[in-house]
Design a protein around this ligand. Structure first.
Ligand SMILES: [Zn+2]
Length: 254
């Protein structure tokens, strides 16, 4: 049976002109180095492979689109495998040399590398980040980070620091970015976020105390927005959007 090939060039994924993942029994293009192919878990009993393309494919029966845009086109199971592929390839491209002794790293297993000199073994490890939807009655706290690529408003989020629990991270990020305290912190769900290599852990919480004081070094804007009259919010691909939709659904239907 033909295998799925998850092929990337500079953050863009290769799809057929019909918007599907290419299928092939063999390595589908000559510019794929065999030693850089990753064998992934099967999807629907088909083998899956990930690899980086040295040059983009320009044939008219294919198109290369940003991974994020493929969310709207691919079935969920294939988008998630594409996300996993991208993370593995990103990790592979960024771990050519040993962090301890500087020698070349070589592939050891499908998901590990080993140093050719000191024997240090490494595995892909995503950076953990929290994201939190904070409500106050029928309002939600939305912020516009300077890092957002667009004019939309999202949620308070940030990377987990060393020695910190997820809950401590949420309280710290909320205080740093907005100056308020929160209560009723509750886990929502998590999401692999391959931009480039994070795991997002989502929470909901309620406003407790304090006046909003935005961290101007991180945020362009922010404030309390009525859930039935929101500004532009993040795309459906994101956990931020899933959180906003979920609290809106909960609170507007109470
Ligand atoms: Zn080493």
């Amino acid at each position: 049976m033909a295998a799925y090939w998850f092929l990337f060039h500079q953050g863009n994924i290769l799809l057929t002109d019909k918007g599907t993942i290419p299928l092939s029994k063999e390595i589908p293009f000559p510019n794929i180095e065999e030693s850089n192919i990753f064998h992934l878990p099967d999807v629907e009993e088909r083998s899956c492979y990930a690899a980086t393309l040295e040059t983009p494919i320009t044939e008219s029966c294919y198109k290369m689109i940003p991974l994020r845009a493929s969310f709207e086109m691919l079935p969920s199971i294939l988008y998630r495998m594409a996300a996993k592929s991208y993370e593995l390839l990103y990790w592979n491209a960024n771990t050519n040399y040993c962090g301890a002794c500087g020698a070349l790293m070589k592939r050891h297993t499908e998901i590990s590398k080993i140093c050719s000199c000191c024997g240090k073994e490494i595995w892909p490890s995503a950076s953990a980040a929290i994201i939190v939807a904070i409500t106050r009655g029928h309002e939600i706290l939305l912020v516009q980070s300077k890092k957002f690529r667009g004019n939309y408003f999202g949620l308070v989020a940030g990377f987990v620091e060393t020695g910190e629990t997820l809950e401590e991270c949420v309280h710290r990020e909320v205080m740093e970015e907005t100056g308020i305290t929160i209560k009723k912190l509750k886990y929502f769900s998590s999401q692999a976020w391959p931009y480039p290599f994070n795991i997002m852990i989502g929470f909901t919480a309620e406003y407790a105390h304090g006046d909003l004081q935005l961290q101007r070094s991180e945020l362009n804007a922010g404030g309390w927005y009525k859930l039935n009259n929101l500004p532009e919010i993040p795309e459906k691909v994101s956990l931020a959007r899933q959180l906003i939709d979920a609290v809106k659904n909960d609170i507007c239907h109470q």
